[in-house]
Ligand binder design. Structure first.
Ligand code: TYD
Length: 212
């Protein structure tokens, strides 16, 4: 009998080391023979392309338009019949998602207020609730330095002042969701090995009872 997969989201500021930790997680899961699929938002589907154009400054969008695009992208991401999150979980595949609605709450909520963005996402029956959200937390200065080292240009949310506001918004959101959502905040201003030890512990706890 096949079991339902677990839905795990990895969140963090730009420059939090999310990419490194996700690739370590993928290696560790592969080594242990865990059935999993990596995915990300914005997606590589059509709406995701519109979002990337807006993030890169190619197309100008209002904050509300962008919030709507992320919402549409997420609905398709969850429900797409071939490779959607719901379909994967139903097949017993564990899904690891790079950013999800917590990013909308922090980034779009910062500009539009939390009420609309949170209720649109949390009350949408087509949008799935994760089993675990891992937030890789770094102070703004660390995020800023890492972005500088890694990029030639910055996207619209990557300016230092914005990063600080986004970080504060994430914490406000986690306060509101406390008790209702399984959020693990991990100090990511340490060595990749130290951070990964905590990431693995959180993931292993969730996968316990499946096929670790
Ligand atoms: P991306 O280039 O994927 O970078 P990262 O590696 O930091 O995830 O950029 C995604 C950007 O989109 C990032 O600045 C956060 C933003 N975003 C939102 O504003 N709202 C959302 O709902 C999501 C999923 C992402």
């Amino acid at each position: 009998m096949s079991k339902q997969g677990k839905f795990i989201v990895i969140e963090g500021l730009d420059g939090s080391g999310k990419g490194t930790q996700i690739s370590r997680l993928a290696d560790a899961l592969t080594k242990r023979g865990v059935n999993f699929q990596l995915t990300a938002e914005p997606t590589s589907h059509a709406t995701g392309g519109l979002i990337r154009d807006a993030l890169g400054g190619v197309t100008k969008r209002t904050s509300a338009e962008l919030a709507g695009l992320f919402l549409a992208d997420r609905i398709a991401h969850c429900q797409n019949s071939a490779d959607g999150i719901a379909a994967m979980l139903g097949r017993g595949v564990n899904v690891i998602c790079d950013r999800y609605y917590y990013s909308s709450f922090a980034y779009q909520g910062m500009e539009l207020g939390l009420d609309w963005v949170m209720s649109a996402n949390l009350n949408c029956p087509a949008i799935l609730k994760p089993d675990l959200c891992i937030f890789l937390d770094v102070p703004t200065e660390v995020a800023d330095t890492r972005i500088s080292l890694g990029r030639a240009s910055r996207e619209i949310f990557e300016e230092a002042k914005t990063i600080e506001r986004v970080r504060r918004k994430y914490f406000e959101v986690f306060g509101i969701l406390s008790g209702a959502h399984n959020v693990k905040i991990i100090n990511a201003a340490r060595t990749p090995d130290e951070v990964f030890a905590d990431v693995w512990a959180a993931v292993a706890e969730i996968l316990d009872g499946t096929e670790k």
